[in-house]
Design a protein around this ligand. Structure first.
Ligand code: FRU
Length: 499
């Protein structure tokens, strides 16, 4: 039975969505139907469609009591909104239905597992959130909360494990038909850890062990874990809070972490081999993956950073928050590689190609402009290794605005800078990343949607993501070199989803 709270949310979102012009939202990135969006939730393939749920506060463009928004797609680029799936309407989740995941049960029903939040006043007056794990079962549109919720609470946790930081269950289907689930938690040292639980039927759960311990190496609490096999390795993704930078890694405060290693299923032991940031830009958090029917591991993150949520304009009063592009994942040379989902190529319209273009100083090229663009730039020194000191590409540009990507080969540093994107706030606007290049040769693929840029470096070896709310008339693209660069450019206009 749909509760009054959910019915109201569904009615509200349907009416409010109509007040948002489609061209005032991202074109092929999923954005909040109305109000606020954060983490991707329940990313799954179910009954012939990809389902994406999300942390959702329909009534305001700021975070508030969490609902689950819902959208479906067959190509992860054209999205159709469905009615909100969950509202905070039960005693065990009255202060929020936090992040979680989804899986198809053997009987064909769709199982959602999420964190129920109830606020608790401590003796010292402090307000804490008690977090438990809950279930809802549905048909892809309507979901019924499970009568025995919560299915995991503090009673299931070993002594000393936090009951306040116990969230974001990701269900995994095992080969024998049983289920596992990993959940973020905090041990007594205040750091983060990922716990592993098991279940025969998806409803009755028991604690198994700690899958991975942070020991204060990567931030503190670990949020939104995911765990999967990829190219012969096992990958643990998580979003640690309160990270400290290490060299050019982990600059995002609440950032992202990818641990690559091996997994012994018999003993449920994950052995770490290496760690890295998932995204090296500004706006990327809490990613979740799905296995596509054709076996691809696809990841989508919240294209935002908790510390930069004030990068917004009065032009968009009714929605805030977008998802990243879906990215296909691989492991190469012990690192996580990400490529834009190949379905994006079907959105390619007219092509403009330039080869061996000399760049010295500023340069504009006929036909290279736009805000819905798939742009690949390959640069190399024009005359020998040290023939340039800096290369830059500016986009979302007019007389007043631009965002830029600049590369200094001597330092091997690629920088994204949205200082002049129209922001009126003193928040982080630039990020520098160390990138690999051979003698000043570098390959960049930029995907521009209306309010974002995602830069895939060296065929996905690194990605830098940033949102920007520059007015759409700023659609110029230009190039710059201090020294002599030789450049190839391929630009495709991306065909808008019909707006
Ligand atoms: C991560 C997060 C999750 C939590 C959700 C609440 O961004 O803090 O840990 O479930 O957001 O909206």
């Amino acid at each position: 039975m749909t509760s009054q709270t959910l019915r109201e949310a569904r009615k509200y979102e349907e009416a409010s969505e109509k007040l948002i012009k489609p061209e005032k939202r991202p074109d092929f990135h999923l954005s909040a139907r109305t109000g606020w969006m954060n983490d991707p939730n329940g990313f799954s393939w179910y009954q012939g469609k990809y389902h994406m749920f999300y942390q959702y506060h329909p009534y305001d463009s700021h975070w508030g009591p969490m609902h689950w928004g819902h959208a479906v797609s067959t190509d992860l680029l054209h999205w159709e909104y469905l009615p909100a799936a969950l509202a905070p309407d039960a005693s065990y989740d009255k202060d929020g239905c936090f992040s979680g995941s989804a899986v198809e049960l053997a009987d064909g029903r769709h199982l959602l597992m999420y964190t129920g939040v109830v606020q608790e006043r401590l003796k010292n007056g402090e307000l804490r959130e008690l977090q438990t794990q809950c279930l809802a079962v549905g048909d892809g549109i309507d979901y019924e909360k499970y009568e025995n919720n919560p299915v995991l609470d503090e009673k299931d946790l070993p002594q000393g494990f936090s009951r306040y930081d116990f969230r974001d269950p990701k269900i995994l289907k095992n080969a024998d038909g049983s289920y596992s689930c990993i959940i973020g938690n905090r041990p007594a040292d205040g750091s983060g850890q990922i716990l592993l639980f098991t279940s025969a039927d998806g409803f009755q759960w028991k604690y198994q062990k700690v899958l991975c311990t942070n020991n204060r190496r990567f931030g503190l609490m670990w949020e939104c874990p995911d765990f999967f096999e990829l190219d012969g390795k096992h990958v643990l993704l998580t979003s640690p809070q309160d990270m400290m930078p290490q060299g050019f890694e982990y600059h995002n405060g609440n950032g992202t972490l990818c641990l690559i290693g091996t997994y012994d299923e018999k003993t449920a032991t994950f052995t770490e081999e290496s760690g890295q940031s998932i995204d090296y830009g500004i706006d990327f958090y809490a990613p979740q993956t799905v296995l596509s029917p054709d076996g691809r591991r696809i990841m989508i993150g919240w294209m935002q950073n908790w510390d930069t949520c004030n990068l917004r304009t009065s032009e968009h009063p009714l929605w805030y928050g977008q998802m990243s592009l879906p990215r296909e994942l691989h492991i190469k040379n012990g690192r996580l590689y990400q490529q834009p989902i190949r379905e994006l190529e079907q959105m390619r319209g007219s092509k403009t190609l330039y080869q061996n273009v000399p760049v010295t100083g500023f340069l504009q090229l006929e036909g290279i402009r736009g805000r819905l663009v798939d742009l690949t730039i390959v640069i190399r020194p024009a005359q020998g290794e040290r023939s340039y000191r800096k290369f830059a590409v500016r986009f979302a540009q007019n007389e007043t605005y631009y965002t830029s990507l600049s590369f200094r080969p001597e330092e091997s540093i690629l920088k994204i800078d949205r200082k002049y994107s129209g922001s009126r706030r003193a928040i982080i606007h630039q990020r520098r990343s160390l990138v690999n290049h051979t003698d000043g040769c570098l390959r960049l693929r930029l995907i521009l949607d209306r309010y974002s840029v995602e830069v895939f470096v060296n065929d996905g070896e690194q990605v830098m993501t940033a949102t920007m709310y520059t007015e759409q008339s700023a659609d110029g693209i230009s190039f710059f070199a201090d020294g002599a660069v030789c450049m190839d450019v391929v630009k495709y206009d991306l065909i808008s989803n019909g707006f």
